[in-house]
Design a protein around this ligand. Structure first.
Ligand SMILES: *[C@@H]1O[C@H](CO)[C@@H](O)[C@H](O)[C@H]1NC(C)=O
Ligand SMILES: *[C@@H]1O[C@H](CO)[C@@H](O)[C@H](O)[C@H]1NC(C)=O
Length: 455
């Protein structure tokens, strides 16, 4: 009987109990606001809950939309014989050479060039810089020697990490195996992380390969995410599969623009980025143009499949803990993506254009305050909305998110990385790898437990 009194005493240490009660209620409300997955948090509490990692409106946000335009204003064909990219013939072609990659996908290699320039200005990346990186959970170290992929070490916390690491290695292997000129790649080593954020695993000044970066994280190198290889949630609905399979399912099922529902759809988990996602719910509440709901995974409440998102003309995109890997799936629909100003950059974000004739998505403020006005404008002008949806398809699904573009990107990443790290190339003894290195092909055959902490 004494225990409650004691604990209250400990919490409040001399504060009159009425204030203590208020304080406890306040703390509980914040906890509730951040952790609830249901749409049951009063908006006053949503204003109070901390912004968390990615929701502050003053945060640096990425200025999208320069690359496609500057790329398209370049003189069209550097070599007169070069032909124009055609998705029907070229999208699945993994064997494009470097010059074709450049001419088919201008603007795709923007971040690779940025990182190369950054490190070259710092006199390059040395083996010492690489060895300085502590291999935390969710990281792996690999090498390319004589055009072959080797696994040096891995550190996975569980199945989620293991699957993501395998998917990244698989993508690199595919790009190497299919590339026409990969046997001439310089030997190199690199470390990548499959965690959402750089600061989940290390400080931002290391030359680490990551899935997404903030604008001020300039030392890291962006790689395409594991979902291009394949992704499964490990849940009942977890069947997602390779990105190209999602695209095939969508193509098979997608209805023409005229038949799409003229409303904005969003489904997601609220407790990732609670404040920002709740702000979307708030802005869309009771609007005739909105079908915006939280998913409660426990009972699969409000769930709709990836393909069914494409039944709507407008699809909202909100960052989660960090970037959200679902953007590429949303971009596979012939619909208009409505995204807040993004804070995390992925490798293909440079191609996003928020205005003008090439516009391929609609950008709103991070607090969604201008969402109703922007939605009204889209509804009032369906032809221009359809043009944005068409641009999204021709830019992303049919071009920059294709297997051809992805494998071009991996090879260019390896090339520019090696250009920025001659010291690593010079330090590698290829005979050692040939004699005793673990090739990717052999690594795949290990027991899954052995893959978690290799060697
Ligand atoms: C892929 O591209 C290469 C290089 O341009 C070309 O030789 C090859 O015929 C293409 N493959 C297919 C299936 O189109
Ligand atoms: C969008 O693309 C479709 C299919 O290619 C085409 O029929 C339609 O006219 C395009 N709409 C606009 C507004 O460009």
């Amino acid at each position: 009987m004494r225990r409650p009194n004691q604990s209250r005493y400990l919490l409040c240490l001399g504060i009159p109990s009425i204030y203590c009660g208020i304080l406890a209620l306040f703390i509980w409300s914040l906890w509730f606001g951040v952790n609830s997955d249901r749409d049951n948090v009063p908006s006053v509490i949503n204003h109070l809950i901390p912004a968390g990692h990615c929701a502050c409106q003053t945060a640096l946000s990425f200025e999208c939309g320069s690359c496609l335009r500057c790329a398209s204003s370049l003189p069209d064909d550097p070599t007169p014989k070069a032909r124009v990219y055609n998705p029907v013939y070229d999208a699945q072609n993994l064997t494009l050479n470097a010059a074709q990659c450049q001419s088919f996908f201008p603007g795709l290699f923007e971040d690779v060039r940025r990182a190369e320039t950054f490190w070259t200005a710092k006199h390059g990346i040395s083996m010492h810089d690489l060895n300085e990186i502590y291999l935390a959970e969710g990281m792996a170290r690999a090498a390319v020697v004589n055009g072959q992929l080797y696994v040096v070490s891995t550190h996975a916390r569980g199945e989620d990490h293991r699957r993501k690491i395998l998917a990244i290695l698989g993508s690199i292997h595919r790009a190497l195996a299919s590339g026409p000129d990969t046997s001439t790649l310089p030997n190199t080593e690199f470390i990548f992380s499959v965690e959402d954020k750089v600061d989940d695993v290390t400080s931002p000044h290391h030359p680490l390969w990551v899935l997404a970066r903030k604008p001020d994280e300039q030392a890291v190198w962006l790689m395409p995410d594991f979902g291009f290889w394949a992704w499964e949630h490990g849940r009942a609905d977890g069947k997602i599969g390779p990105y190209t399979q999602v695209v095939d399912r969508i193509r098979h099922k997608e209805v023409p623009w005229e038949e799409k529902e003229p409303r904005l759809v969003w489904r997601g988990k609220l407790s990732f980025a609670a404040k920002m996602r709740r702000a979307l719910l708030e802005a869309a509440r009771n609007q005739p143009w909105a079908d915006v709901k939280e998913i409660v995974w426990k009972d699969k409440e409000n769930f709709i499949s990836m393909e069914d998102h494409c039944r709507y003309r407008f699809i909202a995109h909100v960052e989660g803990r960090s970037y959200s890997a679902s953007l590429k799936y949303r971009q596979a629909c012939g619909s208009v993506i409505v995204a807040h100003k993004l804070q995390y950059i992925q490798h293909h974000h440079y191609l996003l254009v928020s205005s003008g004739p090439d516009q391929n998505f609609v950008e709103v403020e991070r607090d969604f305050s201008d969402l109703p006005a922007k939605m009204q404008a889209l509804l009032d002008d369906p032809a221009s909305a359809e043009r944005i949806a068409n641009n999204s398809i021709t830019t992303f699904r049919d071009r920059y998110l294709t297997p051809a573009a992805e494998s071009c990107y991996w090879r260019e990443l390896l090339n520019q990385w090696a250009a920025a790290s001659p010291h690593i190339t010079n330090t590698i003894t290829s005979s050692e790898y040939l004699r005793s290195g673990m090739r990717y092909e052999s690594f795949l055959l290990l027991d899954s437990q052995k893959m978690m902490q290799f060697p």
